[in-house]
Design a protein around this ligand. Structure first.
Ligand SMILES: *Cc1c(COP(=O)(O)O)cnc(C)c1O
Length: 438
């Protein structure tokens, strides 16, 4: 008798879940490649990389082995006053991926803490230079940067932040250069850049940093940016000495078709936040990287200028070993080729969506495919989302719509057959909505 399912029901509080009305969570016992296996024998295709973390597939043997070996060698050590090979190797490899423009890695635990670290790093670097007035943060509309208080502060205010709004700090909110189709698209991008430019012209001396999700706003519905906006933001921030913080927590490690979203526009940020795919999706860890210049602003004979941040599990050796193994897999399995194949399959299916009467917009950025469904009762709590979630699950695919946007964000190991099946299923669901007037 399987008591653990009952135990979970009695003792666990699930994230983003209305525990009273949500259906019982699905008991998972095993994962392999793009598949999740449930307790009753059902096999699901994981179309969203388990909340955007799984890169090379579930339980990838190479990463699992690296984790086991590291656990038997050194499972954890205090990271103040001590260092270990997995962290040293990883930090060097990440710097190389950023062409040694970002030279320093500061470790923390998850995406939200990586964002907290980035904000504190920028602000304290100003204070260390005796510039306490340069303390504003610019953030964008549609932004999502995590669920801790600082990360929520830079995120867009929404129903999710409403209970806490009185605790969040103020930021300067700027419009986001989200791509708009049709002739107004170029105007919108220019409007966003002009807004930023005119703010900076008069207030740049008060601004420490701007934080952005480069090219794709993930949680706000896989909204994609107009090309060229990111490099323009870089140009403006460089001009005024403002830190560009790139939150690559979702976009990093190949998700958008290149190693990092910033690579699409040859942009080098001052600070970058990495998490989610960092360990291949095996263990929670994050890294905030910065330039040698920012790092240098903390060097002093004065101990009060040291960076005031740290966590119990900073740079956990097992998580670092997983991250190193994930980077090895990129080389050994030619993962960037797989990523290119995923994108070209998305591209080859795009016109089927564009020709569908229910589709408001369909878009692609690398491995991410998103389709926005025309829906009068739109918004995040759109009733269509949960119905579609159930529809897909019944057919053996895990997809979790964001409001009325359905998206695919697959593990890179997914077979082309299975990816095609997911597209077939989404198109089938659109017909189902039309036919049944769901
Ligand atoms: C998921 C996400 C975060 C938060 O990461 P957590 O690990 O969930 O705290 C921050 N920024 C972006 C862009 C994300 O997608």
């Amino acid at each position: 008798m399987n008591n653990w399912i009952e135990d979970g029901r009695n003792h666990i509080w699930h994230p983003f879940t209305q525990m009273k009305t949500a259906p019982a969570p699905l008991p998972v016992i095993r994962g392999e490649k793009e598949y999740l296996f449930l307790e009753d024998g059902t096999r699901l295709i994981d179309g969203i990389s388990s909340w955007w973390v799984t890169l090379h597939g579930h339980a990838h043997p190479k990463i699992a082995e690296a984790i086991a070996n590291q656990a038997k060698t050194l499972e954890q050590v205090i990271f103040a006053g001590f260092v270990h090979e997995p962290a040293a190797k990883l930090s060097k490899r990440l710097s190389e991926l950023w062409q040694n423009h970002l030279t320093r890695s500061f470790f923390s635990d998850d995406g939200s803490t990586a964002v907290e670290v980035a904000l504190k790093m920028s602000i304290q670097s100003r204070v260390n230079q005796g510039n306490k007035k340069r303390n504003q943060i610019i953030a964008l509309e549609h932004a999502y940067h995590g669920d801790t208080l600082g990360a929520m502060s830079v995120g867009e205010r929404s129903v999710w932040t409403a209970p806490f709004n009185s605790l969040l700090f103020e930021v300067v909110r700027m419009p986001s250069p989200v791509a708009e189709s049709g002739p107004s698209g170029e105007d919108h991008k220019q409007y966003c850049l002009d807004s930023l430019m005119s703010y900076l012209e008069f207030h740049h001396e008060s601004v420490s940093a701007i934080i952005v999700e480069p090219l794709v706003h993930g949680a706000s519905g896989m909204l994609m940016w107009a090309p060229g906006a990111l490099s323009e933001i870089r140009r403006l921030t460089s001009k005024y000495g403002i830190h560009l913080i790139a939150d690559e927590i979702m976009t990093g490690f190949g998700r958008t078709g290149k190693w990092f979203a910033c690579n699409h526009e040859n942009v080098m940020p001052d600070i970058v936040c990495l998490s989610k795919g960092l360990t291949g999706g095996f263990l929670p860890m994050s890294i905030t990287m910065c330039t040698e210049e920012i790092y240098g602003q903390f060097l002093s004979d004065d101990r009060l200028k040291a960076f005031f941040h740290g966590h119990s599990y900073t740079a956990n050796p097992i998580a670092c070993a997983a991250a190193n193994a994930s980077l090895d897999v990129f080389e050994e399995e030619r993962t960037l080729d797989k990523i290119a194949a995923i994108e070209s399959l998305h591209q080859s299916r795009l016109n089927e969506y564009q020709n569908h009467p229910l589709v408001a917009d369909a878009r692609i950025q690398g491995t991410i495919f998103a389709v926005e469904i025309k829906n009068p009762d739109g918004g995040y709590f759109s009733a269509i989302g949960p119905k579609l979630y159930d529809f897909y699950l019944e057919k053996g695919v895990l997809l979790r719509p964001l409001g009325n946007t359905v998206y695919i964000l697959p593990p890179y190991c997914i077979s082309i057959e299975n990816l095609g099946k997911i597209h077939d299923l989404i198109l089938e669901s659109l017909d189902w909505i039309l036919k049944e007037s769901v």
